[in-house]
Design a protein around this ligand. Structure first.
Ligand code: SF4
Length: 294
């Protein structure tokens, strides 16, 4: 079994991977968007800059964006492993990654308004440990930028303004409204992670967990698969485009999950992820072998 210090080393590698390399499905979606935009348009130029930036970061193991975001990790661990140890190891990994300039010092105490200087504070990183029936540890990480976090939205249905009732059509209206309201802020083209049901807290957590999915995967539930495809098409017809410059590439993907709800509540939680969809996954064996996951 690895020691806590060894787990920290492994987690630093996962953070470095996420910070400097975008998953291939995201790069493919950005390239596809670039092909759709008119040559010479602001949209095409914005996507060209993004694609160049991705290549430079990858070659140099440099952060893809100056805002290295909030690290949000899901750690699946074997029965009996200490979640306190894993969480502490991940927090230390964030401090070490910040010291190595893999991450920006990105944690501010809102009471004193002082930056902690080491990237870690209560709630940062956000670590979710879940027990699993497997001998290995699986860690899945997103680094979620502040700009895109600012344009996330939560709706309580029914919503008279959107004519959104407590049904799938109401959910669709809310998600599309969140994209419309963002207007390219949060560094479009974005990826939409959404959840309907849950409470105000669990809904947002699940909406972020949806961002772990590959852009080219398919929802196991046919009605949600249909809704993901429909919103993807409709969002890209809004004309908002990369960075709000206008164009055909407003979102790269839409991923929707759901949770149980109280009879009295019906929330739709929408998390917006910028084009810098930094996502990394690794399976780590008890002896330290690492297998990278898509
Ligand atoms: S929203 Fe994303 S791409 Fe934009 S500045 Fe923040 S991290 Fe960077």
């Amino acid at each position: 079994m690895l020691t806590r210090e060894q787990w920290t080393e492994k987690f630093v590698d996962v953070i470095a991977h996420a910070s400097s390399q975008l998953p291939p499905d995201v790069v493919t979606a950005l390239r596809r968007g670039r092909e759709l935009e008119s040559p010479g348009s602001l949209a095409a130029k914005a996507l060209d800059s993004i694609l160049t930036n991705i290549e430079m970061a990858k070659g140099n193991w440099q952060p893809i964006c100056q805002d290295t975001g909030t690290p949000i990790a899901w750690i699946h661990h074997p029965v009996g492993m200490s979640t306190r140890m894993l969480t502490a190891a991940f927090e230390e990994a964030v401090r070490q990654a910040t010291a190595k300039q893999i991450l920006r010092p990105n944690a501010v105490d809102p009471l004193t308004e002082k930056n902690t200087g080491h990237g870690q504070a209560p709630g940062i990183p956000s670590v979710h440990c879940e027990e699993a029936d497997a001998p290995d540890v699986e860690v899945h990480l997103i680094l979620k930028g502040g700009g895109c976090e600012n344009v996330g939205a939560q709706y309580s249905l029914p919503n008279a303004k959107l004519k959104a009732d407590r049904d799938l059509e109401g959910v669709r209206r809310c998600i599309l409204d969140a994209v419309q309201q963002a207007q390219g802020k949060g560094c479009a083209p974005g990826i939409i992670g959404a959840c309907f049901g849950g409470d105000r807290g669990s809904g947002f957590v699940e909406s972020k967990r949806q961002l772990l999915r590959r852009l080219d995967d398919h929802n196991a539930l046919p009605e949600l698969e249909r809704m993901e495809q429909e919103i993807f098409k409709q969002a890209n017809e809004l004309g908002i485009g990369p960075m709000g410059f206008g164009g055909k590439t407003t979102v790269l993907g839409v991923k929707i999950g759901h949770l149980g709800r109280l009879p009295a509540s019906y929330f739709v939680s929408v998390s917006y992820m910028c084009w810098a969809n930094r996502r990394a996954g690794a399976r780590i064996s008890p002896t330290g072998g690492v297998q990278w996951l898509d």
